[in-house]
Design a binder for this molecule. Sequence first.
Ligand SMILES: Nc1ncnc2c1ncn2[C@@H]1O[C@H](COP(=O)(O)OP(=O)(O)OP(=O)(O)O)[C@@H](O)[C@H]1O
Ligand SMILES: CC(C)(CO)[C@@H](O)C(=O)[O-]
Ligand code: BAL
Length: 282
Amino acid sequence: MHIVQTRKDLRALVEQWRSAGETIGVVPTMGALHDGHLALVNALEGKATRRIVTIFVNPIQFNNPEDFKLYPRGVEADVALLAATGGVDVLYNPNEHEMYPPGFATRVMVSGLDSMLCGGDRPGHFDGVATVVSKLLNQTGAQIAAFGEKDYQQLCIIRRLVSDMDMPVDILPVATVREADGLALSSRNRRLSPAERQQAALLPAALKTCLAALLAGQPSASALAECATTLQAAGFTVHYLDLRAQQTLQPLSHPEPGARLFVAATLGDVRLIDNMPVSATA
Ligand SMILES: Nc1ncnc2c1ncn2[C@@H]1O[C@H](COP(=O)(O)OP(=O)(O)OP(=O)(O)O)[C@@H](O)[C@H]1O
Ligand SMILES: CC(C)(CO)[C@@H](O)C(=O)[O-]
Ligand code: BAL
C-alpha cells in the first residue's frame, strides 16, 4: 500500500493507472477506521481495479470547533488496519495546507438538501462536505466512489453533486454496518464512556420500535413523539426524528414505500445519527 500525502504524488499514480486502463475506486473517510469503512473498501471489490482510501479530517465541515478538536484521530492504527486488511492500493492522507493552500476561496453548495435534518443543526456542514468531496474526486480521478448509508443525507447530497456537476463518477451506496447490539459503527462512538456506549444501543432499538408502530398503523405524529420521549428519558438530546422520503428527503406523514426514519441525538457530548428504511422491518 502506497501512503501518499501530496496531490502531485497522487496524480503520478493516478495518471499511470488511468493510462493503463485501470478503474479507480475511492473511499473518502475522516479516519479512525472501523469495519464500516472496511465494508466500503470491500464493496469496491470487482468494481475497481485500484482502490484508494482517503483520510482527511476536513476542518470546513465542522460547525463546532470542539467537535473538530475532539474528533478521533490515529493514522498509525489506520495504516495498520488497512495493511492487515489488504486490497487498498493507496492511502491518501493530505494535510490541511495541501487540501486548502493559501488563497483557497471556493465553496460548493448543494442547495435545498443541505438545509434540512443534519443541515439544520450543523450550519455549513454540507457545504464543507460537498467542497472536500469535489476536491477528493478530482484529485483521485476515481470513476467510482463508495459512501455509507449511515450518513444517508450526505449520500443524497453527493449523488446530487455529481449529477449536477456532470462528474463522471458512479456513487456506490453501502448498507450501514452495525455492532451486535444494533448501534451503527461510527468513529465518534470511541468518545462514548462505557455507560454511554451501553445506552447508545437504545437509539437503533427505539427506531425499530417506532417503525413497527408506524407499520402497525399508529399515526406517525404519536409514534414519533413516543420514540422521542423514550430517547429523552434515556438521556439523549434529540435534534430531529423524522419520517422522510428517501429519494427527496421531504417529510412524510405516512410510512409509504420509500419512507425512511432519520434521527440525530446527542448522548453525553457525542452526536450520533442513524436511519432505517420502513421496508426493512415490514
Ligand atoms: N457503520 C457504517 N456503515 C457503513 N458505512 C459507514 C459506517 N460508518 C461510516 N460509514 C461511511 O464511511 C465513510 C466515512 O465516514 P467517516 O470517516 O465520517 O466515519 P464515521 O464513522 O461516519 O464517523 P463519524 O463519527 O464522523 O460519523 C462515509 O461514507 C460513511 O457513511
Ligand atoms: C465524506 C467525508 C469523508 C468528507 O469529509 C466525510 O463527511 C465522511 O467521512 O463521511
Ligand atoms: N460522517 C460524517 C462526517 C461528519 O460528521 O462530519
